[in-house]
Design a protein around this ligand. Structure first.
Ligand SMILES: NC(=O)C1=CN([C@@H]2O[C@H](COP(=O)(O)OP(=O)(O)OC[C@H]3O[C@@H](n4cnc5c(N)ncnc54)[C@H](OP(=O)(O)O)[C@@H]3O)[C@@H](O)[C@H]2O)C=CC1
Ligand SMILES: O=C1O[C@H](COP(=O)(O)O)[C@@H](O)[C@H](O)[C@H]1O
Length: 487
């Protein structure tokens, strides 16, 4: 493991992501005493301001985005004490050279973590400038925000540009879902219990559903989102990462190479969905005006203020062609303006081979396991049990849920932003919960095949009313195979 960084330099330190997520996460780490003791933080952006003005912006961001019950003047003061600001326009070589001087001074011979929280178009010039000033060598690492390209070719170009200055072990590609407690709990559930592994395969599992539903629309990010859509914004990264963690073989260790090698094998086993399959195996949708939580909301095009063929919903049936998963459908879906916010994995086990309880029309229901990631973390195992009481026809059975509620189990848990985990790990040089180059490129290759198929058929997204679970066609996608989405 690398030495803990002595300097964190955040590019884009005045931006929305920095204010809503990054600074509150650093505050959380400061509060829990988890920041490396010597760590200094250097914020940089285009805005011309001094350190005191930037510290005032940080204080305001903490006040707005950290829950009131977690705010503490002493913690804030200690965090602000670590922070400096230096303005630099990324298209100004002299400005970048001056910034380089500040970095060289502040790192004081220690390791540096650069977090590029800017538009990806800046990654290449920033890395080149760091390289030119001798600030990209050993002891430095770089954390990259998504989107990492909009297709395979653009992802390769970004990776090549960054790779000219930073070796792969020093590149930390963010998928913030990997920093979520619930996602790490999926890893714990699978590899910390002997119970599930024997059942975790096509012999015992009938179907798997991975749903990431959002109630929000595009929230002022319309310009970015309209060039992206649900497939590239969510499915290419977050949903495929969840699929990989669910479906991978057990890694030999919880360490970067072992975990990422196993995830990569899953991506390579995904059966391509191309022009011949897209109509049957995928559904794209775009929300129309409707109501979410009883509040009327406009349609996507009205929100955007222009016409658009971008999908805000996608559902598909994926197949992982390997010994473990042959024949098991993985239904993935994600969408904006759904009825409720919910990220969960639903596993349906196979029916019992022969039922001894088939009397009076009674039917056994298959066991199900629900791994809830958001908004609450919970694990629910649904099993058939005897219905209490007497019945002339024999035993009657009912489904009952064994429910593990993490809040109830572990007390009043603080909801940690994913970036707390990600910063902690990147500062210490641990890439286990970051995405390796080959993973992101394999994910793009698979998604590009689907998008090429859509383009070949000129498939336009189907409308769905805001506040519903997507176009009716998404229901038939599963029903055709005898399955139903869990809602
Ligand atoms: N916001 C979000 O929820 C999410 C964002 N991301 C990604 O994070 C990155 C940042 O996003 P976000 O914070 O929303 O973007 P913003 O547009 O809010 O912020 C952009 C930041 O980049 C700086 N910047 C822009 N142009 C220049 C320039 N020429 N020279 C120097 N600095 C410049 C801005 O500085 P200044 O203010 O001084 O102009 C600002 O600090 C993007 O890659 C985005 O895709 C990923 C997931 C979610
Ligand atoms: O990466 C993204 O994720 C958010 C959803 O993240 P969550 O942590 O709130 O589940 C999504 O809204 C955004 O469009 C996307 O870029």
């Amino acid at each position: 493991m690398a030495e803990a960084a002595s300097l964190l330099t955040i590019f884009g330190a005045t931006g929305d992501l920095a204010q809503r997520m990054l600074l509150p996460s650093l505050y959380g780490l400061q509060r829990d005493g988890l920041l490396p003791p010597r760590l200094r933080i250097l914020g940089t952006a285009r805005t011309g301001q001094d350190t005191m003005a930037y510290r005032a912006l940080v204080a305001k961001a903490i006040e707005r985005h950290v829950p009131a019950g977690e705010q503490d003047a002493g913690v804030l003061a200690a965090l602000l004490e670590r922070i400096d600001y230096h303005p630099a326009a990324l298209d100004d070589p002299e400005g970048l050279a001056r910034l380089g001087g500040v970095v060289a001074r502040m790192r004081a011979g220690g390791d540096v973590l650069y977090h590029l929280s800017t538009a990806p178009g800046w990654y290449a010039p920033v890395c080149a400038a760091l390289g030119a000033h001798g600030l990209a060598g050993e002891g430095t690492r770089v954390m990259l925000e998504k989107p990492l390209g909009h297709d395979l070719a653009s992802a390769v170009a970004i990776n090549d540009d960054v790779g000219r200055f930073f070796d792969e072990e020093r590149v930390f590609r963010v998928d913030h879902y990997l920093g979520k407690e619930g996602v790490q709990n999926l890893i714990a559930l699978r590899f910390g219990n002997a119970l599930f592994e024997p059942l975790w395969n096509a012999r015992h599992i009938e179907q798997v559903q991975i749903s990431v539903a959002e109630t929000v629309g595009v929230e002022g990010r319309g310009d970015y989102y309209d060039g992206s859509g649900a497939m590239r914004d969510m499915l290419q990264n977050h949903l495929l990462q969840l699929l990989c963690l669910f479906a991978s073989e057990p890694p030999s260790r919880f360490e970067p190479a072992a975990v990422r090698n196993e995830k990569l094998k899953v991506l390579h086993s995904l059966r391509p969905i191309g022009a011949a399959e897209v109509a049957a195996e995928t559904v794209a949708g775009q929300y129309l005006a409707g109501a979410v939580d009883g509040v009327a909301v406009p349609g996507y095009r009205d929100e955007l203020g222009r016409d658009s063929g971008t999908e805000t919903f996608v559902a598909l049936r994926a197949q992982v062609d390997n010994w473990r998963w042959k024949g098991v459908p993985f239904y993935l879906r994600t969408g904006k303006r759904m009825p409720r916010r919910c990220t969960e994995i639903h596993v349906q086990f196979r029916d019992v081979p022969h039922s001894i309880f088939d009397h009076g029309g009674a039917r056994l229901q298959p066991n199900t396991l629900v791994i809830g990631l958001q908004p609450q973390e919970h694990i629910e195992l649904r099993m058939m049990t005897k219905t209490p009481g007497l019945d002339r026809q024999g035993l009657r059975l009912s489904p009952v849920a064994l429910d593990l509620d993490m809040q109830a189990e572990f007390g009043d848990l603080r909801r940690r932003p994913a970036y707390e985990r990600l910063y902690l790990d990147a500062l210490e040089g641990n890439g286990t919960l970051f995405v390796r180059r080959d993973e992101t490129e394999a994910a793009w290759a698979w998604v590009d095949g689907i998008r090429d198929g859509w383009n070949a058929h000129q498939m336009a997204p189907r409308g769905y009313q805001a506040g519903t679970w997507g176009p009716a066609r998404a229901v038939t996608l599963a029903e055709r195979h005898g399955h139903a989405w869990r809602e």
